[in-house]
Design a protein around this ligand. Structure first.
Ligand code: DMJ
Length: 570
């Protein structure tokens, strides 16, 4: 038997009292919705404001100052120097990826932490309040902190943060920082500095600030500092010393470094900045010095095609055969690839050295754990140490960045490798109590992606894992990279944020954080910048125009057909 469906009551068939009750319920619902908007935590409101500025910025990223119609005056600079000129946010439609991001954030609304711009504001304001002019901030004891890496040069956080402030459109803060650089940044010091650290943070920071803002003071200071670093190359081979007294020009190496050796990741991480110094100063010496490093390396036999971390600058011979894609080796490989990209893909030598080295790394160092986690081990005289450093996690991003140019149809293979490394590094975070990654994790003694030694359990606000998420997001648009980045944001807010800034943590496996009381300058230069870019649209600092130095300072690609105009980047 067919059961006839009940005829539903039409609205007109409601009695007056029913209509009134419905109206009441409806208006209560509307009131609740509006109320929710006003009582949402700050970070949620920000989603439609500061955080999505990038989608407005992106238009101009491509058009440059001439193409802008925003009415905002671009920072002054030589013509064509500023292809990244911000414009104010419009009410126009959000891009598809921004809309997806809103959905993603909505799903985290119950306990939303602050997004990267607000994190930057807290980190910067705290530094400004408690440690202005010092190299770094001690956020718990609320005072300045100075590392001996910079000798008596001051203001590392200011110079490292300049471009992040600019990119995040924190222009008031950027102006204050610029004024400090003009009045106080002084390289005439009688002190020994780390050539590598001063190069990646100070020279790199000043170069980026110059290219973004066009302000001449940054170009002048970068070249002045570059000239002060040149005496480091006065060795029999031209392989520079690690340490240099900026006044006397006397250099030496770290006493612990294999019989007075220079270190691969230090002498091999000058190339990008020095090529730009030659371009901006008209002085070819900077470029000659770093090209000579390549010559020395290319004359040497490499064990299994690998580059040992130690090289004696007097004899030109390798020191101890220790190979690492993490500490002591990492950014050497990064700079080979980026030298090729930054040269508008004309530096064939850099390209070949990078892909050959990567092949040797794959063969000799890359391994898969029994549960399928890919990792990059360290190599000591032919024996593998099954440990991967937090620093090594940058390699996921590097391999993804280079995959497109990989020889012999290896693009897909390298993208897979990059994704696997990203997954492993995410696991190293996920397997801790605080959801922040340890300094090094192991794949031996029955563990995978877990630190087993007490002195490897710390987290010092390092960027490498987030850096890899950012590259992987750009190349794949797989939402998991943003979700992983958001997990890191939550953990940073929950465990590293203190009243006076952000602090590193001594043991990520302990259930409550024990703070190390240092806000590293690279937290502002790299970690927060990569987080910001991870949640920005793709043509915000697009990779075909910009190459990031190892401290995340963007440097423009040097176009092969524009050699006659040293300041022109596009
Ligand atoms: C940064 O200073 C640079 O990324 C460098 O290449 C290695 N490590 C720190 C951050 O972890």
């Amino acid at each position: 038997m067919l059961i006839r469906p009940q005829k539903s009551a039409s609205p007109t068939s409601f009695r007056l009292t029913e209509k009134f009750i419905l109206l009441l319920v409806f208006s209560a619902f509307i009131t609740l919705c509006f109320g929710a908007i006003f009582f949402l935590p700050d970070s949620s409101k920000l989603l439609s404001g500061v955080f999505f500025h990038s989608s407005a910025v992106e238009t101009n990223t491509r058009t440059g100052p001439d193409g802008g119609d925003s009415g905002i005056t671009a920072p002054p600079g030589p013509p064509g120097t500023n292809p990244w000129t911000p414009r104010p946010e419009t009410d126009g439609p959000k891009s598809e990826s921004s809309s997806k991001l809103i959905l993603l954030f909505n799903s985290f609304r119950l306990s939303p932490p602050l997004p990267p711009c607000q994190m930057m504001k807290h980190a910067w304001d705290s530094y400004r309040r408690f440690a202005w002019g010092s190299n770094e901030l001690r956020p718990v004891s609320k005072q300045g902190h100075s590392s001996n890496l910079f000798g008596s040069i001051k203001g590392a956080t200011i110079v490292d943060a300049l471009d992040t402030l600019y990119i995040m459109e924190m222009f008031e803060e950027f102006d204050v920082a610029t004024e400090w650089v003009e009045k106080n940044l002084d390289f005439n010091v009688n002190a020994e500095v780390s050539v590598f650290e001063v190069n990646i943070r100070f020279v790199g920071g000043l170069l980026s600030a110059y290219y973004l803002s066009g302000k001449e003071v940054f170009r002048r200071k970068a070249v002045e500092l570059g000239e002060k670093l040149l005496p480091a190359f006065k060795t029999p081979t031209g392989i520079p010393w690690a340490l240099l007294n900026l006044k006397s020009g006397i250099g030496r190496n770290w006493p612990w470094a294999s019989g007075g050796s220079s270190i691969l990741a230090e002498y091999g991480t000058l190339h990008l900045e020095f090529m730009h110094l030659s371009k901006l100063s008209g002085n070819p010496e900077f470029a000659q010095k770093v090209m000579n490093i390549r010559k020395v390396l290319n004359r040497l036999d490499k064990p299994q095609g690998l580059y040992p971390n130690y090289l004696n600058p007097n004899s030109g011979q390798w020191g101890q055969h220790h190979v690492s894609v993490g500490g002591l080796g990492d950014s050497f490989y990064e700079y080979l690839l980026k030298a090729w990209l930054m040269s508008d893909k004309t530096d064939e030598e850099g390209k070949k050295m990078y892909y050959d080295a990567l092949q040797a790394i794959e063969t000799n160092l890359m391994r898969k754990s029994s549960n399928g986690l890919t990792y990059i081990a360290e190599w000591k005289g032919g024996l593998l140490e099954h440990k991967m450093g937090h620093l090594t996690c940058f390699a996921g991003g590097m391999i993804a960045l280079g995959a497109d140019g990989a020889p012999s149809d290896k693009t897909g293979h390298q993208m897979e490798q990059a994704a696997e490394i990203a997954r492993t590094c995410h696991e190293s975070y996920a397997r801790t109590a605080l959801k922040l990654g340890p300094e090094a994790f192991r794949f031996d003694g029955g563990v995978e992606a877990i630190a087993t030694r007490q002195n490897e359990k710390y987290f010092i606000l390092r960027p490498e894992v987030i850096e890899t998420y950012m590259y992987m997001w750009r190349f794949t648009h797989d939402p998991k990279y943003r979700e992983w980045g958001w997990e890191a944001v939550q953990a940073l807010e929950q465990h590293c944020k203190v009243e006076g800034g952000y602090s590193g943590i001594r043991d990520v496996y302990a259930s409550t954080p024990n703070h190390d009381d240092v806000q590293q300058s690279f937290y502002l230069a790299e970690t927060l910048k990569y987080l910001y870019l991870l949640f920005s649209d793709d043509d915000h600092l697009p990779f075909d125009h910009w190459v990031f130095n190892t401290e995340a300072h963007p440097l423009p690609v040097i176009r092969k057909d524009k050699t006659d105009r040293p300041n022109e980047v596009e």
